[in-house]
Design a protein around this ligand. Structure first.
Ligand SMILES: C[S@@+](CC[C@H](N)C(=O)[O-])C[C@H]1O[C@@H](n2cnc3c(N)ncnc32)[C@H](O)[C@@H]1O
Length: 425
């Protein structure tokens, strides 16, 4: 049996049937004995193309088969469309073999018949008269996501958003606590590791698959997205609270930039506090303490204590679906419920700010309900706060009610939102 297809099927089954995270499943199953790059490509490719593949396979049966059969058919359709190294006859033979040796044995003849027809058929988009279905299949995004974009942005912009492809190189931050920027770049040059400059002197786009092979460089850099760095660069203070901090990307960078400050990095989950501690240690940060705390509950010890509070709140994550395609194969998020928690966290943590202090509110989503609506409601109910300017360091973005929204097609980054408020009384 083809080992790559077998492992891809196993991982995809866990993702689709048990809600497992693809990245964790891939790490767990890593092996040098097979072409792991191909497995990674197939797993992420199937999830990325989930809607498109779901539409395509549905053309070959009248009654929907069970979920695992669908996963196998999607895998076959993806490999037929995108993987030249496996011939079409082999896709059919190998996947029928895999089915025979799994719980899908009773469905082997159905699978065989569908695969034979499917791998030799061309993919054709549905009729564009049904605009939502057409856009959904063309861009392989669920209808609810297309609807949400059409509700959030003018039509042409929603199309640009859906069509936008972000750079495939990974964005990294150089850890200036351990290495001078020039020295790090000299190391990359000496080792012929490809890189491109980015918006900030301490960040680069790199070929990550090459960089990670240089184990001695661990700790000298960290993968970090542009908006995440911009959030941390807006954090200025001496007593800093990051109330929703794990795994610590923004808190650790804020601690690095505010070397004289003391940063308290909280999270509600104990296992995620460990991520902050490991990350802090890896990056060599000493002015940061972690604490397990529920940000939606009042903690009197923090009242009026901080001159900067960062709220990178839990959100629907719809701005980062290109990096985390697993999100779109799950059910539509309940945005109003998420927004309720976000508002609670904002109201509670605003009490921890000193007069004159700054509050940074950020999300990795682009829905108004989780972004400007939350901050505007807060401003209406708390007249002692006003909007302050978010510095964006030359990265193009959209001013949304005095706050900043990063859209992939405009900013060439993940979708993100940053708002800044000052308590002046
Ligand atoms: C968007 S992530 C934070 C990412 C982080 N700021 C970074 O840059 O690495 C949101 C975090 O909020 C945490 N969280 C969710 N509900 C919370 C609550 N009620 N109190 C504190 N943290 C919470 C989650 O565990 C998650 O780690």
């Amino acid at each position: 049996m083809n080992k790559e297809l077998e492992l891809s099927f196993k991982i995809l089954n866990n993702v689709y049937s048990s809600g497992a995270y693809a990245s964790i499943e891939l790490n767990k199953n890593y092996s040098e004995k097979l072409n792991f790059n191909l497995v990674t490509k197939i797993v992420y490719g199937v999830m990325d193309y989930d809607v498109k593949l779901g539409y395509f396979i549905s053309l070959f049966y009248s009654k929907a088969p069970k979920a695992q059969v669908k996963t196998l058919l999607k895998l076959a359709a993806y490999v037929a469309m995108e993987v030249d190294s496996i011939p079409k006859y082999a896709i059919v033979n190998e996947l029928v073999e895999i089915a025979k040796h799994s719980k899908l044995k009773p469905y082997t003849s159905f699978i065989n018949a569908v695969l034979k027809k499917m791998v030799n058929s061309e993919f054709v988009l549905p009729d564009s008269k049904n605009k939502q279905q057409f856009l959904s299949v063309k861009h392989s995004k669920p209808i609810w996501f297309v609807d949400l974009l059409l509700k959030t942005l003018p039509y042409e912009e929603a199309i640009s958003y859906l069509s936008c492809e972000l750079p495939t190189d990974t964005h990294i931050r150089i850890n200036t606590l351990k290495c001078e920027i020039d020295n790090f770049i000299a190391i990359l040059d000496n080792r012929n590791i490809a890189y491109k400059p980015s918006f900030s002197a301490d960040s680069l786009f790199v070929d990550y698959s090459e960089l990670v092979r240089h184990k001695d460089l661990v700790g000298l850099y960290t993968p970090q997205g542009i908006p995440s760095m911009i959030v941390a660069k807006n954090v200025v203070g001496t007593q800093i609270l990051d109330a929703c901090s794990a795994p610590g990307g923004k808190a650790v960078y804020a601690a690095t930039l505010n070397a004289q400050s003391s940063v308290i990095a909280c999270d509600i989950h104990a296992h995620r506090i460990k991520l902050i501690n490991d990350y802090k240690q890896n990056m060599g940060v000493s002015n940061l303490e972690s604490l397990k705390l529920d940000a939606s509950k009042f903690n009197s010890e923090f009242e009026n204590k901080f001159d900067c509070v960062l709220l990178d709140v839990p959100c629907s994550g719809l701005g980062v679906v290109s990096k985390k395609p697993d999100m779109l194969i799950k059910d539509e998020p309940n945005i109003l419920k998420i927004a309720e928690l976000q508002y609670k966290i904002l109201e509670n943590n605003a009490k921890y700010l000193q007069v004159g202090g700054t509050l940074i509110y950020s999300t990795c989503t682009i829905t108004k309900e989780e972004n400007e609506n939350i901050l505007n409601k807060f401003l209406n109910e708390h007249p002692n706060f006003k909007i302050a300017n978010v510095e964006t360091f030359g990265v193009p973005c959209v001013d949304t009610c005095g706050f900043k929204t990063f859209y992939p097609h405009i900013s060439k980054t993940e979708g993100f939102f940053i708002g800044k408020l000052v308590r002046y009384e």
